[in-house]
Design a protein around this ligand. Structure first.
Ligand code: AMP
Ligand code: MG
Length: 600
């Protein structure tokens, strides 16, 4: 059996980013920019007004106020799209609309609401003079030439995902087309003698082919172009013909025919056409999976087509699609963020893990009072497609866990969230654990320094057993809290501290949800019982044994004294305590690269 990560890594190692194409900007939504876009113009092109009001010289409004109007002669008007015909001279003003170029001589705009124009009865009568009711500062309500994007500036970098805002930026630069990584064409083939197309009557023993449609819809959802090949029968000839039809696609996805019962046919057909691996992936549902490269018959640009053989059961095929096909499609499209966003939620049902596989359970996730809750969507059989239809998330029970009990906090992959949303929602987190005096804090300090050097915005969480040093007696914050305040927030121009009384200790997930999403990495010290990834610091003087069991750890850091036998039996990466760079590299690769790593 191979792990989900191993399977994904192998698949992605055969997947390449596709070539770019140039097309109209509106057709590029959700695609990745394949060129740097520099601006050849200033945006805005000229200094202009941010308000409807009067363009004037700030100097002429000195001393103006509600009861001391400064009167200026109005010498003209300028609307957006036209150029001012006159100059503003001392004692004069020009009526101006939002977006209109600022007349020469003017250095500020006062909005209508700050003039006596609004007090005048309608019709507003003689507008040859205006009373200004506030003192304007130089530059107020003026948008400066080039303040959005200046000429020559790199406006959009190669590799940027084009969302509506980036498409707007392209338009504002006068681009009607963009060079983007093209969308992959994904050929989809259902296999099975029992399958019937949705427009056919059902005979006894037959079922409608639903996988074609779920897979095609998933392909579209993630930006690919589905090419439906139809239903291949469980015969060499039928499968061969169908597969041939799909070979000019960028990827072929089949469903069914990879489980023990009937995979021989698929295997024979595929083995003849290229390299194929039949894997047993340590996951449930979705254990059998096939992956390979099929040779194309005709000479084409690329010689081989990646083929992903998903299991036939409708839920298994969807879940394996999510875990393996979706990342492959995103990689082909040049996307940088391919991990499905996950959250932590309280589970309301028991979920057993009977045979040490990674369980993906279908749940409905809701949010109440800032906390996510998850409930199973009913029977979890791999053929019960309604369990997927009712779900908006997949609880992930690790292979090392015996399962989750109602009330536990679990990890949930959010099926309907975009990958980028996950990046914002949950910064990667890793905890440094170890016995007292093992050197955790010093390692934390060094890692913080190392990640700062690498340009990360780092947050840290420290577990404290007793009083917190920060809540000093005598300080105002302490006095407010002594007086009975349940929470005290102290804010200064460059720092914020929030101290809240608790009636129970928060778990690390609850703490992480308070920290928020603006950080690139959260380093935690302690919380050995939490389920976040953990690295244990081992020191000989404190005993040979480890604090956590190896299954709970991602790596071990040692002062060099870790028994090699112990280290080998753990099968975990082992780092020297002094090698901060290697430890940081490991953290980056294991916990950060999923969400930040570029594939371009
Ligand atoms: P297989 O992996 O081919 O052994 O199929 C496993 C189960 O999934 C069987 O019950 C099939 O009938 C069902 N199945 C396979 N392909 C499809 C499909 N395209 N649509 C719906 N059910 C399918
Ligand atoms: Mg079958």
């Amino acid at each position: 059996m191979i792990s989900v990560e191993e399977a994904l890594e192998k698949i992605l190692s055969y997947i390449e980013v596709l070539e770019p194409e140039r097309k109209p900007i509106l057709d590029c939504l959700g695609q990745v920019l394949a060129e740097d876009v520099y601006s050849t113009i200033d945006i805005p092109p000229l200094d202009n007004s941010a308000m409807d009001g009067y363009a004037l010289r700030a100097e002429d409004t000195r001393g103006a106020g509600e009861s001391s109007a400064r009167y200026l002669a109005v010498i003209g008007e300028v609307a957006a799209g036209s150029m001012p015909k006159k100059k503003v001279r001392p004692g004069t003003a020009i009526r101006i609309m939002t977006g209109a170029p600022l007349p020469e001589g003017a250095d500020a705009v006062v909005m209508f609401e700050d003039t006596d124009e609004v007090n005048r009865k309608s019709p507003r009568g003689d507008l040859s003079q205006i009373g200004v009711l506030c003192q304007a500062k130089k530059g107020s309500n003026v948008r400066c030439k080039g303040e959005d994007i200046s000429r020559g500036e790199l406006a959009l970098k190669k590799g940027t995902l084009l969302r509506p805002s980036e498409i707007g930026v392209l338009a504002s630069l006068g681009h009607s087309t963009a060079l983007v990584i093209r969308r992959p064409v994904v050929a989809i083939l259902a296999t099975g003698d029992e399958l019937v197309g949705v427009d056919q009557p059902l005979a006894p023993g037959q079922i409608y082919d639903s996988n074609t449609y779920t897979i095609a819809a998933e392909v579209s959802r993630y930006g690919g172009i589905p090419r439906i090949l139809g239903i291949g029968r469980d015969s060499v000839q039928s499968l061969t013909e169908k597969i041939d039809e799909g070979l000019d696609a960028d990827m072929l996805i089949t469903s069914g025919g990879v489980s023990k019962g009937d995979y021989d046919i698929v295997k024979d057909v595929l083995a003849e056409r290229g390299e194929i691996g039949f894997w047993t992936v340590c996951m449930k549902p979705g254990k059998p999976l096939a992956f390979g490269l099929i040779k194309r018959t005709k000479a084409r640009k690329k010689r081989e087509v990646p083929h992903l053989g998903l299991p036939g059961n409708p839920v298994s095929s969807m879940i394996t699609f999510e875990q393996f096909a979706r990342p492959a499609i995103l990689k082909m499209m040049g996307k940088k963020t391919i991990a499905k966003p996950t959250i932590r939620a309280i589970i309301h049902d028991n979920i057993a893990n009977t045979d040490g596989r990674r369980v993906f359970a279908r749940v409905t996730v809701t949010k109440r009072s800032g906390q996510y809750h998850a409930s199973l969507t009913g029977p979890q059989g791999s053929g019960i497609l309604m369990s997927m239809a009712k779900a908006n998330g997949l609880v992930v029970i690790p292979e090392s866990s015996k399962g989750a009990k109602a009330g536990d906090t679990v990890e949930v992959q959010m099926l309907d969230w975009g990958e980028e949303q996950g990046e914002a929602a949950t910064p990667p987190v890793v905890s440094i654990v170890g016995k007292s005096q093992s050197g955790k804090t010093l390692l934390m300090e060094r890692l913080i320094g190392e990640f700062k050097k690498r340009g990360y915005k780092v947050a840290t969480v420290k577990h404290s057993h007793g009083d917190m040093e920060i809540d000093h007696s005598g300080k105002d914050s302490w006095r407010f809290s002594q007086a009975g305040s349940d929470a005290v927030c102290v804010s200064s121009p460059d720092k914020l501290a929030f101290i809240k009384k608790l009636d129970r200790e928060l778990n690390v997930e609850e703490i992480l949800s308070i920290i928020g999403s603006e950080f690139d990495l959260i380093l935690v010290e302690g919380f050995k019982k939490s389920r976040i990834p953990k690295i244990e610091v081992h020191r000989k003087e404190l005993g040979d044994d480890l604090l956590c069991s190896p299954e709970e750890l991602s790596a071990i850091v040692t002062d060099g004294s870790l028994d090699t036998l112990v280290a080998d039996s753990c099968k975990l990466p082992v780092f020297r305590w002094s090698d901060t760079v290697a430890i940081a590299d490991f953290i980056e690769k294991s916990f950060v690269s999923n969400s930040r790593g570029s594939v371009l």
